[in-house]
Design a protein around this ligand. Sequence first.
Ligand SMILES: O=C(O)C(=O)C[C@H](O)[C@H](O)COP(=O)(O)O
Length: 213
Amino acid sequence: MLKQNLFQAIVERGMVGIVRADSPEAAVAIAEACIAGGVTALEVAFTTPDTLGVLRTLRERHGKDVLLGAGTVLDPETARAAILAGAQFIISPGVNVATIEVCQRYQVLAMPGAMTPTEIVTALQAGADIVKVFPAEMFGPSYIKALRAPLPQAPLMPTGGVTVDNLGEWFAAGALAVGIGSSLSGPGAKGDYAAVTARAKEFVAQMQKVRGV
Ligand SMILES: O=C(O)C(=O)C[C@H](O)[C@H](O)COP(=O)(O)O
């Protein structure tokens, strides 16, 4: 998919589900549970064993309807491997310029993590497509609003502490999209995949409400 179409597809969904698990089997099961509930942009975090295998499995099973990315990517080598395994976007906890460059070279979305205005501007200058504001729960939605006063052009994706209940607040504050971890996939750690699907459905329904669909 062309990078601009990928960007649009993330914005339309409004959320990226974060899959982080103790085993590749659990990661695939959590991802499938999210997809079953309608959350179809997913990041597999590299703290998961055999993340590349998980990405390949999900890429083989799902066609264009599921957007797949890799998270917790700290360096360009990991980014390149993830792209070869089918990742369409690369998320990092911080700003690593060489990682952003690999994303631009292969035309996948670069989504580095940043917190301060200096970091956010550095990320944008280096070629970030979307800036993950992380850890967003430290300052809450009002921080996104404050950032957007001087940086209205910044496409921000707060990540950390996003829940069904506060989803609307992040968008009201100016978020382009959100990253959702434990409040979506948390029950998956205990093997309760049905609960993950139920949470995914709640997020999708709430997103429609927030957007007035
Ligand atoms: O994208 C990554 O790889 C991250 O590092 C993001 C973290 O997993 C978030 O901290 C998840 O936050 P919660 O939604 O509060 O669980």
